[in-house]
Design a protein around this ligand. Structure first.
Ligand SMILES: [Zn+2]
Length: 351
């Protein structure tokens, strides 16, 4: 039996949604993670410092008194984002990043950016404030193949943006390609990337071969196996610029199993166990703590969580967690497609 004691992990990319959905999914993140960087793509989006403070209050109310989980907030960048308001948000200490969605790139991104010149003054101010920019790194040009959209984004948008704003710190969220990994790896100390649990496990065959599997459809879409391998190599390398952001993105099953199914994998209940299995298969359990607990905090200028979790390897395969229920709707948990032999002990919070 193997037991690992690790600093409590953080989730540097998390969708909690709002209302009843938030009430159902939040306990799963709060049971394991110390902090979560909460994505702002609600309807309507979290645009201002006041929006973020109100959303944070709703999360804290749902957590209840005595909860150990800390939500770290983000602002949704629009072409109308106000410079002074961004400064207020940063000064509040509650908002830790601003999220850039190219308009139309993913779930609830209609209000995102079309003309990147128009956000230049905000990015300038963010560089002065040392407030990181989190990017959904896909172009939305319909002429670009969906499997190429990350690589084209780097070339057309990200590299020119970083040249123009050299002081700006950037996180390439949910990187999915060897192009993205290489770009981050050679991009210096002001760029980092989050990697999800599911992109470490699935490639595009999981979605499309032998029948279409809507629960594996997410954005950015999983790519071919060579890209998955690049992600695994980056995550298990221990390099400071790669850390876990689950992008856990719950949708009711009915919205995924549909003629036009929603993008997102709901991994909050088993992300850490899935990632541990990936690191074990690589013989790199020694690098697990850096990826899930240390590198992200360091990038965001925070100390690692002071408390710890224990991960235990067990002989008996652990059952896939059942779906989370939201009213009458089921939200299925990500199925890694192999037996999980890891479980977390001493979570500290009862579900
Ligand atoms: Zn996301």
């Amino acid at each position: 039996m193997t037991r690992l004691s690790l600093a409590r992990p953080d989730d540097w990319h998390l969708h909690l949604r709002d209302g009843a959905m938030m009430g159902a999914v939040l306990p799963h993140s709060a049971a394991v993670f110390g902090r979560g960087l909460i994505m702002p793509n609600l309807v309507p989006p979290v645009v201002t410092a006041a929006d973020a403070a109100a959303y944070r209050d709703r999360i804290l109310a749902e957590l209840g008194p005595g909860a150990r989980f800390t939500p770290l907030m983000t602002l949704y960048l629009t072409e109308a984002t106000d410079l002074a308001d961004v400064a207020v948000a940063a000064a509040s200490g509650l908002v830790k990043a601003v999220k850039l969605y190219p308009a139309g790139a993913t779930t609830n991104s209609h209000a995102g950016v079309r003309d990147f010149d128009r956000i230049a003054p905000v990015l300038e101010r963010m560089a002065e404030l040392d407030l990181p920019l989190c990017v959904h790194g896909e172009v939305t040009d319909p002429a670009v193949d969906i499997f190429d959209r990350e690589a084209v984004f780097i070339e057309r948008i990200l590299e020119p943006l970083r040249r123009r704003h050299e002081g700006l710190r950037v996180v390439m969220e949910h990187v999915t390609t060897s192009d993205g990994v290489a770009y981050v790896r050679h991009g210096g100390p002001r760029i980092a990337a989050t990697i999800t649990a599911h992109h470490l496990i699935i490639n595009r065959n999981h979605i499309l071969a032998g029948g279409i599997r809507p629960h594996y459809y997410c954005l950015p879409v999983a790519k071919r196996e060579t890209h998955r391998r690049a992600l695994v190599d980056a995550a298990t390398s221990g390099e400071a610029s790669f850390f876990l952001g689950t992008d856990s993105a719950p949708h009711a099953d009915g919205a995924k199993i549909s003629a036009c199914g929603c993008a997102g994998c709901f991994t909050a209940p088993n992300a850490i166990e899935c990632v541990a299995a990936v690191f074990e298969a690589e013989g790199r359990l020694d690098a697990l703590e850096a990826f899930i607990s240390l590198n992200g905090a360091a990038f965001y200028g925070m100390a690692a969580n002071p408390d710890r979790i224990e991960l235990e390897r067990v002989e008996i395969a652990q059952p896939l967690p059942g779906p989370v229920m939201v009213g009458g709707d089921a939200v299925s948990v990500f199925d890694p497609g192999f037996a999980l032999h890891w479980r977390i002990v001493n979570k500290g919070v009862d579900l």
